[in-house]
Write a protein that binds this ligand. Structure first.
Ligand SMILES: [Zn+2]
Length: 478
């Protein structure tokens, strides 16, 4: 990861940073992002003893002291749970849940990977009859097993399975709660060549890692064809179909008769907020862009939100509670939904409030006057919203570029806001082909990429990212 990030940073068109902390990993309101430990999880080796990681410490009756012998210590079996010493922090699990996680051929069909038992079939008083641990594999035989499982049933867990029970743990670098690299206008985003993106798995995985971290990626040297956006999108996952079609066009042709006509500025927004599941990722492939103007603008709403949380915690809180309504109301399609501006969760390890999504799309907002809302609260929320909107106008947050034909931008729709400057249709043509891919599909792609190239996706919570972050500003552009 360090090497990857270094490569990533070397290609940075980094301006001299201002005094403001320009670059931070992850999102944290309560403290600086460098202290952010979002990736700490079951796979962490830094879990504090008796800390949040260890909910059943108290129920294991005789915790074994950790030894430094080369011989692995025996697991300690308590009334409700088991503790396995690994030499790098203990792993503990409830007996019931450990039994539930058995993946032996008797429990899980090896072909379909579907379970042959129901969780509710497990007797609540199940416990290990024996537990053998050799330092890398745990073998458990059970007392009071599920009826029908005889004494020969043996559950086997590798150390990796014990540490990472989930196929895509949400706090992992590929998961929903992954750490992010928050960015400002001077950050140089990754441009991966079409050839590498489409045909080089390693380069593609590395590009996906960039996308997971920054939410913004560019593919360059894309062949001049309307069919390409679908190819680029489906490299990540299936197309998301909507009433706009599985792919769609943003196209304007010259209107010679109306020389004065300019297509309007379109402010920062996210797409399809009026849907219950707005698309996770959006692609725009530029086929033509010869008009005057029409520059694309992008802003990292997580970076803005983080700064707002530092500058004005009350405003941040107000936007976590403020649900805005959105609608698409046309003759043949009616969609409505509402979303909090900042969608957050409390990090179970740091107790910090962190973002999963931002939801912000002023052009698509719907009337809210039917709601009973206290006046004072509404005023507080509107002031907070105004503050957020004004921060978004600060050019230090705005990454601007004019997409060239042959470039395709991929961005995380509910993190990276996009906008477009006005353009003059009399001076040329502008044609972008668009597509969406759902977040689930892209997270799956992140996870399968990480399985193939684990070194690229390794989070290293023990290594201070801030050092690298500070270094970034000193990197010269190439
Ligand atoms: Zn089993």
């Amino acid at each position: 990861m360090v090497r990857l990030l270094a490569t990533f940073l070397r290609s940075s068109r980094a301006a001299v940073p201002s005094a403001r902390p320009l670059y931070s990993r992850g999102y944290a309101v309560a403290s600086g992002a460098a202290e952010d430990a979002a990736s700490l999880g079951p796979n962490s080796t830094t879990a504090p003893e008796g800390g949040q990681h260890d909910p059943i410490r108290s129920i294991v009756e005789t915790p074994m002291p950790q030894t430094r012998n080369s011989q692995p210590s025996a697991p300690s079996i308590g009334r409700q749970g088991i503790r396995i010493p690994t030499g790098k922090g203990d792993i503990s699990a409830l007996h019931y849940l450990l039994r539930d996680g058995c993946k032996c051929p008797q429990c899980v069909d090896q072909h379909s990977k579907q379970r042959n038992f129901r969780m509710s079939d497990i007797p609540t008083d199940i416990k290990p009859r024996s537990a053998d641990w050799d330092g890398s594999v745990l073998k458990v035989k059970w007392e009071n097993d599920i009826p029908g499982f005889d004494e020969s049933h043996t559950s086997t867990y590798t150390l990796n399975q014990l540490r990472n029970p989930s196929a895509n743990y949400s706090y992992h670098s590929t998961g929903r709660k992954r750490k992010r690299l928050l960015w400002h206008n001077w950050f140089k985003h990754r441009f991966v060549s079409y050839e590498e993106y489409m045909h080089d798995d390693k380069a593609f995985s590395s590009a996906m890692r960039n996308l997971a971290q920054t939410g913004l990626l560019f593919v360059k040297d894309v062949p001049d064809s309307r069919a390409e956006v679908e190819k680029i999108a489906t490299r990540m996952g299936p197309l998301r179909n909507t009433f706009y079609g599985s792919t769609w066009d943003v196209r304007t042709v010259p209107e010679a008769k109306n020389v004065a006509y300019t297509s309007q500025f379109l402010g920062f927004h996210m797409d399809l907020m009026y849907m219950n599941e707005p698309p996770g990722f959006q692609l725009l492939h530029c086929l033509q862009n010869s008009c005057d103007g029409g520059e694309s603008l992008f802003a990292d709403s997580f970076a803005v939100a983080r700064q707002l949380g530092i500058d004005d915690p009350e405003a941040f809180k107000a936007l976590c509670n403020l649900r805005l309504s959105y609608e698409y109301n046309h003759e043949n399609d009616i969609y409505t939904n509402d979303w909090p501006v900042f969608q957050t969760y409390v990090d179970e390890y740091t107790q910090q409030q962190r973002l999963t999504h931002a939801n912000y799309s002023p052009p698509f907002q719907a009337p809210m006057h039917g709601q009973r809302r206290p006046f004072n609260r509404t005023v507080t929320e509107m002031r907070a919203l105004d503050k957020f909107a004004k921060m978004l106008e600060d050019e230090s947050y705005i990454y601007e570029l004019k997409l060239n034909p042959g470039e395709c931008v991929i961005f995380e729709n509910r993190r990276v806001l996009h906008a477009r400057k006005q353009f003059n249709t009399a001076t040329g043509q502008r044609w972008l082909a668009g597509a969406y891919v759902d977040e689930d599909a892209v997270l799956s792609k992140f996870a399968t990429s990480a399985r193939k190239y684990p070194h690229m996706w390794r989070d290293s919570p023990n290594k201070p990212y801030r050092k690298e972050a500070e270094g970034e500003g000193q990197v010269q552009s190439n």
